[in-house]
Design a protein around this ligand. Structure first.
Ligand SMILES: [Fe+2]
Ligand SMILES: [Fe+2]
Length: 149
């Protein structure tokens, strides 16, 4: 599978998960922590694949995109920081529902705007400049990286 198609499909899944999370947190539903856990582990894997497989190819075929890549890398760092807090504090006692609502909406806003920026600033140029055969090969690499537990 083409790497960009795979990453775009994952973006759509993240947006659906964030919508479910919004509803679950506002209703005070008990499945919110499980949804956050799922989102965090899938996002970590997704960002890692982007950084290890897609960015080097963008740097190679579209070197003028380096400033846009720097912005996206800063996004990744911010998202990872918020996710690290979630992971360490999610199940600690004494966290109020307000903390969960605030944290979730912060993470959701970051991820939604990150996805929009990534697709507009990087994926569009990547789809024009990276040869299709390379994107297919990278897609296969991403698939096999996902299979590693
Ligand atoms: Fe990303
Ligand atoms: Fe992404």
């Amino acid at each position: 599978m083409n790497l960009l198609d795979m990453l775009r499909a994952e973006h759509r899944e993240f947006l659906r998960l964030l919508d479910r999370l919004d509803k679950s947190v506002t209703k005070g539903s008990p499945d919110a922590p499980a949804l956050i856990g799922e989102l965090v582990s899938r996002l970590e894997r997704h960002e890692e694949i982007e950084e290890k497989l897609l960015w080097p190819s963008i740097r190679h075929y579209a070197p003028e995109s380096t400033p846009a890549l720097d912005v996206i890398d800063a996004d990744h760092e911010g998202i990872m920081r918020v996710m690290a807090v979630f992971k360490s504090e999610l199940f600690s006692a004494g966290r109020s529902p307000a903390w969960l609502i605030l944290g979730c909406s912060r993470l959701a806003n970051m991820v939604r705007s990150h996805i929009a920026r990534e697709e507009a600033d990087l994926f569009s140029i990547a789809s024009k400049r990276i040869p299709a055969a390379d994107l297919e090969r990278l897609g296969l690499q991403a698939e096999s990286a996902k299979e590693v537990p």
